[in-house]
Design a protein around this ligand. Structure first.
Ligand SMILES: Cc1cc2nc3c(=O)[nH]c(=O)nc-3n(C[C@H](O)[C@H](O)[C@H](O)COP(=O)(O)OP(=O)(O)OC[C@H]3O[C@@H](n4cnc5c(N)ncnc54)[C@H](O)[C@@H]3O)c2cc1C
Length: 463
């Protein structure tokens, strides 16, 4: 069992300074504080030092040294995780990849790109737009590609483009002993060997540090349309999700808002939403004629399920306005509920069970009797984000919120789903690993022990 390392000896610091350059090794209070937490409520813990490498060779040298001296290592992308992933619970060294942020090569004809892991996906997409291309997955925060791969992040566009898992072809990874490996291929198909690319996707920095990736891209679409559909009841809205996905329509995004979330978003003044269960949708098409056809079919399916209002907008500006509003949900919720804090759930089920999941989560939230309880979700992939309020500083209130949070996970698991659709395990979801994975958890542990026998990589996470 690895011991905590709260301070590094002079020898350790000297090694790091010689390897990276003195200005890229920090033990100052502000850098350590900044890298002591993520965006969750989990207790922060200070690292002993933060380093800023600029190459796989430097990452390799740091890992080799840390492995020999049993120093805990935590990878850091943008620190936007929501389950305590980046908290260096045993101190040691945080490796911040912010300097490894280069777009290395675009393969225009293959719709692929090579990038360093520290590039942020929104910045990357701005550069790729010059090539008429983009990367599909879109978590709400401006995360790094390394962090998205490590968490298998997804977002609103998952129904159209899949999760990060579906869009990574090749990886360069530094293992715990400092060895640098390349795995995967740019070939669209391969049957060669174990699929190590997908082993590292979602591994949360516990198996290696990702330094480079080849990503799958898509051509920028020509025609956009968006829909805001409001329903009399939650059942109608959630049933429409299955109907739309099952009818061969291909929404790029299909999001759910409960009435309270619609009310919160109305305070922005951007849209006048009906304060009813609501679906937000986006479609891309090659021709304007195809868009009209898709919208007509979507409207018919929604009407069959009790839709009371179906507003469609066409064009990029309408699309951008809609998602700006949707992505502001959490920030507006926090701003309009002073004195209340929130846990953000992340449960997912097969889409046929989505109505049951949302109904059960609504019932759980009602038991809290607090303002702000609400549900948004990436309905098109069966993912719900119940927002669970509690009174900060009130231990009993926090414990009640945690209980509701746990109840929702158990409900999702019983419906054939998962404890986490996209935020990952980190610290917060560890208690549910055994229930979800059964005896395959032991196989995961064996893989961890093989690749990181000293347990230096992101200790205290996942298991
Ligand atoms: C407002 C907001 C909205 C969000 N919306 C979504 C959403 O819609 N969908 C979604 O999936 N997530 C969402 N998230 C969560 C978060 O943005 C994602 O999980 C994202 O993938 C984290 O990326 P990051 O660069 O911030 O990684 P970090 O938080 O820095 O790190 C994530 C994990 O990966 C490890 N890690 C980081 N870089 C590497 C690397 N190069 N190699 C190996 N391990 C590494 C870290 O040690 C940590 O365990 C949201 C977060 C916020 C704050």
């Amino acid at each position: 069992m690895l011991s905590p390392v709260e301070n590094l000896s002079d020898n350790h610091i000297q090694f790091l300074r010689q390897t990276l350059g003195a200005e890229f090794v920090s033990t100052n209070a502000s850098d350590r504080e900044y890298h002591s937490h993520d965006q969750s409520f989990h207790h922060p813990h200070l690292p002993a030092a933060v380093v800023f490498p600029d190459s796989a060779a430097q990452v390799s040298a740091v890992l080799k040294y840390a492995n020999e001296h049993l120093i805990p290592i935590t990878g850091w992308g943008a620190g936007t995780s929501l389950e305590g992933h980046t908290i260096p619970v045993l101190g040691g060294i945080v490796i911040d990849l912010m300097r490894m942020d280069k777009l290395l090569r675009v393969y225009d004809d293959d719709f692929q790109v090579d990038v360093q892991a520290g590039i942020k996906y929104k910045d990357m997409n701005l550069k790729l737009a010059q090539h008429g291309l983009f990367f599909g997955p879109d978590p709400g925060a401006n995360a790094t590609i390394g962090g998205m791969i490590a968490n298998n992040a997804s977002g609103t566009r998952t129904p159209g483009y899949g999760a990060t898992r579906d869009n990574v072809m090749r990886l360069e990874v530094v293992l715990a002993n400092g060895e640098i490996i390349q795995t995967g291929t740019r070939s669209v198909k391969t049957s060669s060997g174990y699929d190590l690319v997908h082993l590292f996707i979602g591994s949360e920095g516990t198996l290696g540090i990702i330094t480079q990736a080849t990503l799958k891209l898509y051509p920028l679409p020509e025609h956009f349309s968006v829909v805001i559909a409001s329903f009399e009841d939650i059942e109608g809205a959630t049933r429409s999700v299955s109907a739309i996905m099952g009818a061969g329509l291909h929404p790029i995004a299909l999001e759910f808002l409960d009435p309270y979330s619609a009310r919160v978003l109305n305070t922005t003044g951007e849209f006048r939403l009906h304060e009813k269960p609501t679906l937000l949708m986006e479609f891309h098409s090659a021709t304007s004629h195809a868009i009209e056809h898709e919208l007509a079919l979507a409207q018919e399916l929604c009407s069959d399920n009790g839709c009371i209002s179906f507003e469609a907008g066409v064009g990029r500006a309408e699309r951008d306005r809609l998602w700006k509003m949707r992505h502001s949900h959490y920030e507006v919720l926090v701003r309009t509920h002073p004195g209340i804090s929130f846990l953000v759930g992340d449960v997912a089920v097969p889409i046929s069970r989505y109505p049951e999941l949302v109904a059960a989560c609504e019932r759980e939230l009602l038991t809290l009797g607090l303002r702000g309880a609400s549900i948004v979700g990436h309905a098109g992939d069966g993912n719900a984000h119940p927002v669970v309020p509690y009174l900060p500083g009130d231990d009993a209130s926090h414990a009640r919120a945690e209980q509701v949070f746990a109840n929702m996970v158990h409900i999702a698991l019983e419906l054939g789903g998962t404890a986490t659709g996209e935020h990952g395990i980190g610290i917060g979801k560890i208690p549910f690993m055994a229930q979800e994975h059964g005896n395959s958890l032991a196989v995961m542990r064996a893989i961890k022990n093989t690749l990181d026998p000293n347990g230096i990589l992101n200790p205290g996470k996942m298991f």
